[in-house]
Design a protein around this ligand. Structure first.
Ligand SMILES: [Zn+2]
Length: 239
């Protein structure tokens, strides 16, 4: 009944369910959710941000409230009940990380007095520019990662590690996106595949490889040319 042609589709059913659920206060969580989905951050970080916003992270406090036997205290400081707000922002060790990352003033200003994690999350994000939002998100991921490393592997990450891991994640992810978009450009526009001479005093080595399933072998070829584009050496080989 949701489709004009009478055929079932996941798309229309999903929309239907979301509309029913969205109109129900118990399920709906207000906030700029599109901001999360549009952010240029790794999918695992988006997913974590969504889980935080929905208050479904398995913190000790939450596990206990669901009847799972576990300690209630914070796995890192062992000094307070472990809920999401504590792990991410209130724990003294997390605060030190935010300070080290240069975001504590923004985070602190965005946190409000109520314990509603989604309101706090959106309130902090609202105060940050796009770059800061991305860094904030990977920091959240890295702080939660520290908590899990402690709980599951008994590994204690330093504050420095937490910040460095976040920086590394966002930098390497951005680099990978750039390479991907460059690769896409080359693939979709063969006109741009023009050989260019190396700069003065340098050689250029072009390589290629092929794979033969039938012979279970790899063929490689390479060709070196100088800064005038003159042939220097070449080699091909079956391996
Ligand atoms: Zn703590």
């Amino acid at each position: 009944m949701l489709e004009q042609d009478g055929n079932y589709s996941v798309h229309s059913t999903y929309k239907y369910c979301v509309n029913i659920r969205g109109s129900h206060d118990r399920y709906g969580v207000a906030g700029h959710w599109n901001q999360i989905w549009r952010a240029k951050i790794p999918p695992k970080v988006k997913n974590l941000r969504w889980r935080i916003g929905r208050n479904v992270l398995p913190t000790h406090k939450r596990l206990n409230s669901c009847g799972v036997q576990s300690p209630v205290q914070c796995a890192i400081c062992n000094d307070a009940e472990e809920d999401i707000l504590h792990v991410l922002f209130m724990c003294t060790t997390s605060r030190r990380c935010w300070q080290r990352a240069g975001l504590w003033n923004h985070v602190n200003a965005g946190l409000n007095t109520n314990n509603n994690i989604d309101e706090n999350l959106f309130s902090v994000l609202h105060r940050l520019d796009k770059d800061q939002q991305e860094f904030f998100s990977v920091m959240v991921w890295s702080i939660w990662k520290r908590r899990n490393n402690q709980v599951w592997d008994n590994i204690t990450d330093s504050d420095q590690n937490v910040v460095a891991r976040a920086r590394h994640l966002i930098t390497s992810w951005r680099d990978a996106q750039q390479i991907r978009s460059l690769t896409n450009t080359v693939q979709t526009d063969p006109q741009q595949m023009i050989w260019v001479k190396p700069s003065h005093g340098r050689y250029k080595c072009n390589v290629d490889a092929s794979f033969s399933l039938a012979h279970n072998k790899v063929g490689i070829g390479m060709c070196i040319r100088d800064d005038h584009g003159r042939f220097v050496a070449a080699r091909t080989q079956w391996i």
